[in-house]
Ligand binder design. Structure first.
Ligand SMILES: C[S@@+](CC[C@H](N)C(=O)[O-])C[C@H]1O[C@@H](n2cnc3c(N)ncnc32)[C@H](O)[C@@H]1O
Length: 207
């Protein structure tokens, strides 16, 4: 595990271009996301606008959300977006860096961001959370997976894919909770989801 990287976002974007299919099959099931999507569906009116940040190939999150909502998926990997457009038709997918997005305030009833915030440099993460709070309508939901323990690192040939280098930067769970509160988001639920020797914190917060 290497920690210094000159262009971390470039590593992440190129990495997902290379290992998109190794990360997620076209027909993957709802897996670890199922409970969170269930909760969201119980709380968010059908027909609402939902934003999925770092949507990947659209499976399973946008695929499931698109059955009830008007979904906008954002990802900066051209390969992920190309797959998402094919796998989840009639949904809007935009190939862009999520930190460059601009939406009118109160545009969305919910924003999801699974396993993607942790690919931003740490100094960009609180600003993105503040933007999410502005884009949400009052009472809107933010469902995300964030870090559990603080660490930053690069893994070469991630998932065994040659050239599929990957980079992450996690703050610890308490820091994410502070960033949510500072942005005006109220934490409703938090759950540690183990993975290998570590894991992630899933959060559900309300504006
Ligand atoms: C681990 S994948 C998760 C995909 C999807 N959210 C899921 O959970 O199935 C992370 C995704 O976030 C995207 N991503 C990372 N940083 C991004 C950024 N700055 N802007 C847009 N997308 C980004 C990557 O390209 C990748 O597709």
């Amino acid at each position: 595990m290497l920690s210094f990287v000159e262009d971390p976002k470039g590593v992440v974007r190129r990495g997902y271009d290379v290992l998109s299919r190794a990360y997620r099959a076209d027909d993957a099931d709802d897996g670890v996301y199922a409970d969170w999507l269930d909760m969201l569906e119980r709380r968010v009116e059908p027909g609402s606008s939902v934003l999925d940040l770092g949507c990947g190939c659209g499976v399973p999150v946008a695929r499931r959300l698109a059955q009830r909502y008007s979904v906008t998926g954002i990802d900066f990997s051209a390969v992920q977006i190309e797959r998402a457009r094919r796998l989840v038709p009639k949904t809007t997918f935009v190939c862009a860096d999520m930190t460059t997005l601009r939406f009118p305030t109160e545009s969305f009833a919910a924003v999801t961001c699974f396993y993607a915030l942790i690919h931003l440099p740490l100094d960009e993460q609180p600003a993105l959370i503040r933007s999410v709070a502005q884009w949400l309508r009052p009472g809107g939901l933010f469902a995300a997976s964030v870090g559990h323990k603080a660490w930053t690192g690069l893994e070469k040939d991630w998932l065994g894919v040659k050239g599929g280098d990957m980079w992450w930067s996690h703050a610890d769970a308490d820091t994410y909770k502070r960033w949510l509160a500072d942005a005006g988001l109220r934490l409703e639920l938090e759950k540690f989801v183990p993975e290998g020797a570590g894991g992630h914190t899933f959060v559900l917060a309300t504006r």
